[in-house]
Design a protein around this ligand. Structure first.
Ligand code: ZN
Length: 335
C-alpha cells in the first residue's frame, strides 16, 4: 500500500477551467519553520477526453522542454483542449531555480528517484507525488529532457522498452507524431528509477526526449520541442485544432541496444573528440584521445567504440574524469 503524499495543491484536478497554481511541498528549514516549496502546476480541463501529463525541468539544466511548456501553458486556451492537460514546467523546482541537473537542497536526481518516498528528501517526495498522484490519473505522459550541461544530443525522442505490445505500439506512434529527427528505444533492462519507468509501472504510454543540451537552448531545439508537444497532443486527441498538415521528414527510428553503445573516458585529463555528432562509426574505431595537461608529453589514452552505429550523443565539457560518458550510439531499429 503506497503511503500518501504530504504535498498539497490549490488546483482542483476535477474542475473544468484553466487553473494555475502550485504543488506545496512542506519544507521546514532554519529560514522558514512552516514553509513549503512551491512547484508550479497548470491544469487545463475541458470536458471529456484524455488526461496528458507533461513534465519538464525534471533536470533543471535542460531548457528546451521547460521553454516549450512555459510557452504552451501561456498559449493554449481551455476551449482548445479536449480532456485534461496537467503541466509541470519545473518538475524538480529547486534544480530548475539552481540551473542544475540535481536539486541543490538534497543533491538528488529526480530521474533516479522514482518511485520516490513521501517522507524522504524533497526530490524523493516530488518523485513519489508524480508517480502516485499524477501518473495514476494520466492516460499519456511526455517527459521532456535534453543533454543538460554535460551532454549534447541529436534532437531525439525516446521510449522505454515495455512488455505490453499494445502500449509499445502506442509509444512508437507517439514517437513518430513528435517528429524529431531521431526517435530511439532506450535499452532494455536499464534504469527503473526514471519517470519513463514510473509511467511503465502505471501502465501509461509515455515518451521522453533528448532535444539538444549543452546547458542552453537553440532556435531549432525549442522549435522541435514546441512542435513535437503540440503534434503528440493532437495525436492523442487533446488538441484537435493543431495544424499537422506540414510535411516533415519521417523520424529515424533507432535503438540503443545495451551498455556497449556507450563510450566512457578511460582516464582523467583533456579529451579530444575524434568523431562528431551524427557520424557513423564502427566497432574498434577510436572515439577520443585523452591527454594529460599536467604532463603534455605523455602519450594520450585512446577510447574506442565497442559497437558500430550512429553517434547521437556526446560530452560537452573539455575536461574529463575516468568514467565520464563521452559518446553514445544508436542503430537503426531491426524490425
Ligand atoms: Zn534529463
Amino acid at each position: 500500500m503506497m503511503r500518501r503524499s504530504r504535498i498539497t495543491t490549490d488546483v482542483d484536478f476535477d474542475r473544468d477551467g484553466n487553473q494555475q497554481g502550485f504543488l506545496k511541498l512542506p519544507h521546514s528549514i532554519h529560514r522558514s519553520a512552516y514553509g513549503w516549496i512551491a512547484i508550479p502546476i497548470i491544469v487545463i480541463r475541458n470536458g471529456p477526453g484524455p488526461t496528458v501529463l507533461l513534465t519538464a525541468g525534471n533536470h533543471g539544466d535542460e531548457y528546451e522542454g521547460q521553454l516549450a511548456l512555459i510557452k504552451l501553458c501561456r498559449e493554449v486556451t481551455q476551449e482548445a483542449v479536449r480532456g485534461r492537460l496537467i503541466i509541470l514546467p519545473a518538475a524538480n523546482y529547486p534544480a530548475v531555480i539552481g540551473g542544475l541537473r540535481t536539486s541543490p537542497i538534497d543533491d538528488l536526481n529526480l530521474n533516479r528517484s522514482f518511485p520516490g518516498d513521501p517522507d524522504g528528501r524533497p526530490t524523493a517526495a516530488i518523485a513519489h507525488y508524480i508517480e502516485s498522484e499524477l501518473l495514476s490519473i494520466a492516460d499519456f505522459a511526455i517527459d521532456l529532457h535534453s543533454g543538460g550541461s554535460s551532454l549534447m544530443y541529436l534532437p531525439s525522442s525516446l521510449t522505454a522498452v515495455v512488455q505490453d505490445d499494445q502500449r509499445a505500439t502506442r509509444q512508437l506512434d507517439m514517437l513518430r507524431a513528435f517528429a524529431a529527427p531521431v526517435g530511439y528505444i532506450a535499452f532494455p533492462g536499464g534504469e527503473d528509477r526514471t519517470m519513463l519507468a514510473a509511467a511503465n509501472r502505471a501502465g501509461v504510454p509515455a515518451i521522453g526526449t533528448e532535444l539538444g543540451g549543452s546547458g542552453t537552448a537553440s532556435v531549432q531545439s525549442v522549435a522541435i520541442a514546441e512542435r513535437g508537444v503540440r503534434r503528440v497532443l493532437n495525436h492523442v486527441g487533446s488538441l484537435p485544432g493543431v495544424d499537422v498538415s506540414e510535411e516533415l521528414p519521417p523520424t529515424r527510428i533507432m535503438e540503443v541496444r545495451g551498455s556497449d553503445y556507450y563510450v566512457y573516458s578511460p582516464d582523467y585529463g583533456m579529451w579530444e573528440p575524434l568523431v562528431d555528432l551524427g557520424d557513423d562509426v564502427h566497432a574498434g574505431q577510436s572515439a577520443a584521445a585523452v591527454y594529460c595537461p599536467r604532463t603534455p608529453w605523455r602519450e594520450p589514452v585512446l577510447a574506442h567504440f565497442t559497437e558500430s552505429g550512429t553517434v547521437i550523443c556526446r560530452r560537452v565539457p573539455g575536461l574529463v574524469e575516468r568514467g565520464d560518458c563521452l559518446f553514445h550510439l544508436a542503430t537503426d531499429r531491426s524490425s
